[in-house]
Structure formats: C-alpha cells, structure tokens
Design a binder for this molecule. Sequence first.
Ligand code: FA5
Length: 336
Amino acid sequence: MGYDIKQLKIEAKQEIERADDLKQMDLVYKKYLGKKGKIAEVFSFIKKATPVEKKILGKEVNIAKQELEKMFAEKKKDKERQLIDLAISKEKIDITRTGDKPKHGRLHPITQVQRECEDIFQSMGFEVVLGPEVDSEWYNFDALNVPKDHPARDMQDTFWLKQKISENSKNNFLPRTQTSAVQVRYMEKNNPPIKIIVPGRVFRNEATDASHETQFNQIEGLMVGEDVSAANFKAIMQEFLKRFFKTDIEIRLRPGYFPFTEPSFEMDARQKGGDWLELMGAGMVHPNVFKAAGYNAKGLQGFAFGVGLERLAMVKYKVDDARLFYQNDLRFLKQF
Ligand code: FA5
C-alpha cells in the first residue's frame, strides 16, 4: 500500500497546530486539503487502485479528510475570534476611567479678594467707582488737607513723574499714593448722599518687606450724608469683616492720624494666635476736604476708610509675606 494515512494525519495535525496566523494556515490547508494537496493525491491514487485497496484506503482517507477539515475549521474560527478581540481591545474606550482635567486659569488671589469686597459693599448699597492711577498732586494731597511742606506728606513716600515744575499742584502728576485721591474727584461731580468704594492700585517709593510693597492695592470707602456717624462706620465695618473673613478674627482700633479725617483711627486684625497686622486707616471726613470739593460743609458728615487688599488676603489666608502674591509661583497661586 503506497500511503500511510495515519502518518499523514499526524503530520497534518502537527502543522495545523504550529500555524500561527491565517496566512500560515492557508499554506498548510493547501498542502494537505487543497486541490493538489496530499489528500487529493491519495484520492487520485485510489482511482487507479485495486478494489481491496480502494475499500480500505478510501474509508481511511475519507475519515482523515473530515477530521482535518474539522480541525482546520475550528482553528480558523479561533484565530479569527482572537483577531476580532484584539481589534476591539485596541479600539475600546474605557468609560469608567477618570478623565484628564483640562488645565484652566484662575483669578489672582488679590483680584478674588477685590471682587469679594466689591460684592459685599455693593450689597450694602455702595457704588463701585474708579479713578486714574496717575493723578495730580492736588487730588492726592492738597485737596485732602495735606498742605505743602507739611510733614504728613512724607508719611507716604511719593514717586514723582517729573521734576515738580509748577507751583500749582493741579499741574504736578504722580502715581497716586492712595485711593483717597478719588474722594474729592468724585465729590466735585456728585452731591451727597454718597456711598462709594474705590478699588485700585497705589504706588509708594518705600523699601519692601513682608507687609510693604512699592505697588499694592487699596479699597477706599466714602460715605457722606447729613447724619452719617462713627456708629454707621462701625456697623458697616462689622458687617463687612464678618462676611469677608467668615471665621473669628480679632480686631483692634487704635487712634491714628490722617490730615483728611478727624478723628482718625487705624484698625489691626489677626487670626487666632497670629500677629497683629494693620488693615486700614479710617476716620470722619475733615471739613476741609468737603470745602475742597466745593461743598457747604455745614451739617454734612461722613466717614472714609482705606483698606489694603494684600493685608486682607494675608489675614484671611494666613500668608505671612505679601511679596508671595507677586512672585507668580503657580504652586502658591494655585491654592486660591
Ligand atoms: C492711607 O493710605 C489712607 N489713605 C487711608 C485712609 C483712607 C485713612 C480714608 C482715612 C480715611 P495708610 O498709608 O495707612 O493710609 O494705608 C492704608 C492701608 O493700606 C494700610 O492700613 C495697609 O493695609 C495698606 N498699606 C499701606 N502701605 C502699604 C504697603 N507699602 N504695602 C501694602 N499695603 C500697604
């Protein structure tokens, strides 16, 4: 007998098992089950064989063909399923994975503090008013009852834009040293009752330290009317501080001196266990300021205050050095 079907089957099965991908499987298929494959070869041999050989060999080769076809079909199915699974796993979107948070910007802590203050004062009926950052010596000093050559002018070291050229202080300009410069500017154009706050940048020619910058932000407050009293100031301040700090803050008032208020005081604040920090200057508006604005001061009263925004932020967030706000270190700024 010219053919060992058992051996043929063993070889074919081994090769099918070894075939790793569909392409190799095709080759193996052709080799054994193709038109010119080994099984076909046996069939053509059988055609010419003796009846006894035909009977024995025919049965054996038919069984072998069926087995190999089956084995082949199963392996092919497995391989195809594996390929589909692989493709799916590559394309799959895991909807349970936490997303990547897009990085987004945020408001600077001092801007946040400014907006918070604006919201609180607006809700108490104050209007937000702005003034120029470069103003005249008149509005910044003279109109505020700070006479020329008066030592009070040295309280706020001033950057001058040019050599002073004029005797008329309305013609000399400076980066304003205080938002109080907006008081008379506003009163010239508006009549009482007045209830305004003025946020803005101010500039001082002084050495910097943990609580002093050459450029910082203030919010001025001004309330003027016929019977505006120190009690009104106290009530408004209490409400503001309660809403701004939200936690228990210790406050103390000290007598102070500003030429544009009489009496004047200064307010310090601290978090429990922290150091006292001066927050603001304040007082009852001096009659000379009303006069400079062209008001008839009789019967008019008002209070004014100027609070440092960096100082508010320092106490609220327990930051012990104001310079941190302006170093642009994102690790610091991201905390707010
Ligand atoms: C004034 O500027 C007055 N115009 C305040 C005022 C307004 C008094 C209205 C009366 C009526 P003073 O120089 O003390 O005052 O500054 C006010 C606040 O600004 C200080 O309490 C402090 O919070 C802040 N401040 C002052 N200097 C600096 C500085 N160099 N750096 C940061 N904050 C400062």
